[in-house]
Ligand binder design. Structure first.
Ligand code: HEM
Length: 141
């Protein structure tokens, strides 16, 4: 029973985390279209900070805590699929860290990537999530 509640919670916060990871680079694209130092830019910095602190940070913590708790129930048949998932989840966590660093750079007035590169970057979480879901549901190996 506890296993199912933990799994439900895990999936709920995975959804919030992924939603935040999809939104933040989108915000960056709009942010970079605003004139440097303008009130519009200040609004984007505020939105980015709120998204990071209210959605992304609590979600990544809860996804990890609930995921590790699921392992702790002893109900999970571990296999190669889990190692592959763990690798992807670590990469996704690194991507999250990279985005937070990028937000800090934007707030300092730097704009390291073009809008096109940011749009391409936005494909990362979708691809990672699709592979992770296949790994945990199909467990191909
Ligand atoms: C952050 C670290 C994560 C850990 C430690 C973790 C761990 C786990 C564990 C142990 C399970 C139970 C698997 C089973 O009973 O067969 C699980 C289920 C699941 N995880 Fe994660 N997970 C993490 C992140 C993610 C992410 C990022 C996604 C999706 C993008 C995800 C999607 C799922 C799904 C869909 C299930 C349900 C699978 C089922 O129905 O059995 N997890 N996770």
């Amino acid at each position: 029973m506890i296993y199912l509640w933990l799994k439900a919670g895990h999936i709920i916060f995975v959804i919030f985390w992924m939603a935040g990871l999809f939104m933040l680079p989108r915000y960056f694209v709009y942010h970079q279209e605003a004139e440097a130092g303008s009130p519009e830019e200040a609004r984007w910095i505020d939105r980015e900070n709120k998204l990071r602190k209210i959605i992304l940070l609590p979600s990544i913590i809860l996804v990890w805590v609930l995921g590790i708790s699921l392992l702790g129930t002893g109900m999970v048949a571990l296999g190669g699929w889990f190692h592959a998932k763990l690798l992807l989840v670590l990469l996704l966590s690194g991507y999250h860290g990279y985005l937070s660093g990028y937000a800090r750079k934007l707030a300092r007035g730097e704009r390291p990537l073009t809008g096109k590169k940011l749009r391409l970057l936005n494909e990362v979480p979708g691809i990672a999530a699709a592979i992770i879901v296949v790994l945990v549901i199909v467990k191909p190996f």
